[in-house]
Design a protein around this ligand. Structure first.
Ligand SMILES: [Ca+2]
Ligand SMILES: [Ca+2]
Length: 173
């Protein structure tokens, strides 16, 4: 099977792929990582000289969202500075809740980014992270709340409870 046939596989979600012309150009040119334009999702923003942040509306559970980010060559978003968070906050300004990459799946209350580095800069909403505050379920995945100015909350990575754990998501690469 040729490359084109794979890209046209109906099993591939077209929403995570750039348009065909850009895709073909990218394959032909194989630009270095730093030269890639920000693309994908429904909106994207780039830090000056830095990472691309790409918003997908989902909603998807964390594990499936991460797969889409990996398909872009990245991960769920890493946000290590206030300047980066301000850019992501603008990206999600109309999105109530979107997954970032931070999580404490391995060790409760020890949040790490997808590359395993500890979360140092934080922008938690007051009282968060609370791991559901005794609600009988774990909250191990970081979200950013666009309608609240880009503060963070810890939420379930997937249901249950019903109605949680499936959100929009931001990738970075
Ligand atoms: Ca937790
Ligand atoms: Ca929480």
């Amino acid at each position: 099977m040729g490359c084109g046939a794979e890209l046209n596989d109906p099993g591939v979600n077209p929403s995570i792929l750039p348009d065909a012309a850009v895709r073909d150009a990218a394959i032909d040119a194989s630009p270095p990582v730093d030269a890639r334009p920000c693309m994908g999702g429904i909106a994207a923003k780039q830090e000056p000289g830095g990472a691309c942040f790409v918003l997908f509306p989902g909603p998807k559970v964390r594990a499936e969202a991460e797969l889409d980010c990996v398909a872009l060559g990245g991960h769920l978003a890493t946000v290590k500075t206030a300047a980066s968070n301000a850019i992501v906050a603008l990206l999600v300004i109309a999105t109530p809740t979107a997954f970032l990459g931070g999580n404490d799946l391995t060790t409760e209350n020890a949040f790490v980014w997808p590359d395993g580095t500890a979360v140092s800069y934080t922008n938690w909403r007051a009282g968060e992270p609370n791991n559901s505050n005794g609600g009988g379920f774990e909250e191990d995945c970081m979200v950013i709340q666009g309608l609240l100015g880009g503060v963070w909350d810890d939420r379930p990575c997937a249901p249950p409870p019903v109605g949680t754990g499936s959100y929009a998501y931001v990738c970075s690469y």
